[in-house]
Design a binder for this molecule. Structure first.
Ligand code: ATP
Ligand code: MG
Length: 398
């Protein structure tokens, strides 16, 4: 696709259902609001003065799985960055519970982990008056669109996914659920439903975003444009082709027990990560025991010292200092002194988040309300996209 065409698609207004409205019959309030705004603008504009189309903020979507505990990598690589994004973009942050069942999981824990992850989003500073916060499974369109997209996704594209190869090898091929192969299509659905312009992606997710772009272009070509118009639709693209939003450098946090592997919820040892809700004494113990080396002083850029680079980077991000400031403060420290400095900084940074988390969890009605409103806003947009796709694919609508 040409750059010009891509840029045209990226700047289109949101696609809205053009025929039968949203399932359930009610005209979504957002559509009503758009129409009311139009008539007010038409009434006040003079005949030769066309009102400028309202500028729409670019849309960003992202989520974390409610598996295990949210850790420092999820926070510094994803959630903390979302706090800045919510002021610049129209943001949708969800808890991707449907992805949490792709590997064996603990059913009684799923809903608890989902609530806890939502509370962590809020405690970290995601503001429900700016961002839509919701649970993925509360917006049915995610699964419906996934099915529609899967009919246009070649199996070969999924077989190539690195995470599928790695995770299925670990789990033993015969025992792996089909969902482990097909979840990237659900991820595509998560993104495309919202006509997202930008998707924050860590290195571990770039292949998934590329797949999403390929699926969106394929479905746009197969069913969009004139073919869709002939079926009574608006024509044009069904989906915006999303772009990656690259996180700030240094936001990839490595394991405390191996500076070459990423910190991860699914790593077997809890000593490999700092969880956001770890109490003080646990943080003290984990940093005390984390892997270091025997070289003198501390430095960022020695490839032989991945643990040193990781711990200095964590210290830099949580204190908000520059790299130069951290170098001059820490280069002559020994590990013992630096570990105490880092531990104190971690505790100072995480403690207010933990206090807010407890407050939010002690008011379940508040959390329910945030998730209900978030799912409501998300459903309006998701249902409009889904309706367009059903129409373009030729389904008989109610
Ligand atoms: P799992 O091991 O189960 O895949 P995870 O720790 O990778 O869990 P996810 O829920 O898959 O967590 O990822 C949520 C978000 O956190 C994604 O945006 C991902 O890129 C980011 N993320 C995960 N681990 C790290 C890390 N170590 N450093 C920076 N970002 C991370
Ligand atoms: Mg992951």
């Amino acid at each position: 696709m040409s750059r010009a065409l891509l840029s045209h698609i990226l700047h289109r207004p949101p696609l809205l259902a053009s025929r039968s409205g949203v399932r359930g019959g009610a005209l979504p309030s957002r559509l009503c609001a758009l129409r009311l705004n139009c008539s007010a603008a038409e009434a006040t504009a003079s005949a030769d003065e066309a009102p400028a189309p309202p500028a729409r903020k670019k849309r960003v979507v992202s989520g974390v799985q409610p598996t295990g505990m949210v850790h420092l990598g999820n926070y510094l690589g994803a959630i903390k960055n979302w706090v800045a994004l919510q002021d610049l973009y129209e943001t949708f942050f969800f808890i991707v519970d449907l992805h949490a069942i792709t590997l064996p999981y603990d059913a009684p824990e799923l809903s608890k982990a989902t609530r806890s992850t939502a509370a962590i989003y809020l405690a970290c500073g995601i503001d429900s008056s700016k961002a839509s916060i919701f649970v993925q499974s509360h917006v049915r369109a995610h699964i419906e669109l996934m099915w529609l997209l899967s009919s246009s996704t070649p199996i070969g594209w999924l077989n190539k996914m690195i995470q599928f190869k790695e995770k299925s090898r670990k789990a033993g091929n015969e025992n792996v659920g089909v969902a482990l192969l097909t979840y990237p299509v659900l991820m595509a659905s998560d993104i495309l439903l919202y006509q997202s312009d930008l998707v924050p992606v860590g290195e571990d997710q770039t292949q998934h975003l590329e797949l999403t772009r390929e699926i969106s272009e394929r479905v746009n070509n197969l069913y969009g444009g004139r073919k869709w118009k002939k079926l009574g639709g608006r024509g044009g693209s069904l989906f915006k082709v999303p772009e990656a939003l690259i996180p700030p450098a240094g936001a990839r946090v490595m394991s405390l027990t191996d500076g070459l592997s990423k910190m991860s919820k699914s790593a077997p040892s809890d000593l490999s990560r700092i969880n956001l809700l770890d109490p003080k004494d646990v943080i003290v113990n984990k940093i005390k025991r984390c892997k270091t080396d025997s070289l003198p002083g501390l430095e960022f850029d020695n490839p032989e010292r991945p643990e040193c680079k990781n711990l200095l980077s964590v210290y830099q991000i949580i204190t908000g200092k520059t790299k130069e400031e951290v170098v001059s403060e820490c280069q002559d420290m020994n590990w013992g002194t630096f570990k105490v400095t880092l531990t104190d900084a971690l505790i100072d940074h995480l403690q207010p988040i933990q206090v807010r988390y407890e407050e939010i969890m002690s008011d379940p009605g508040y959390l329910d309300n945030v998730l209900l409103n978030g799912a409501g806003k998300a459903s309006e947009i998701a249902d409009a996209t889904l309706n367009n796709v059903y129409q373009a694919m030729g389904f008989l609508r109610r």
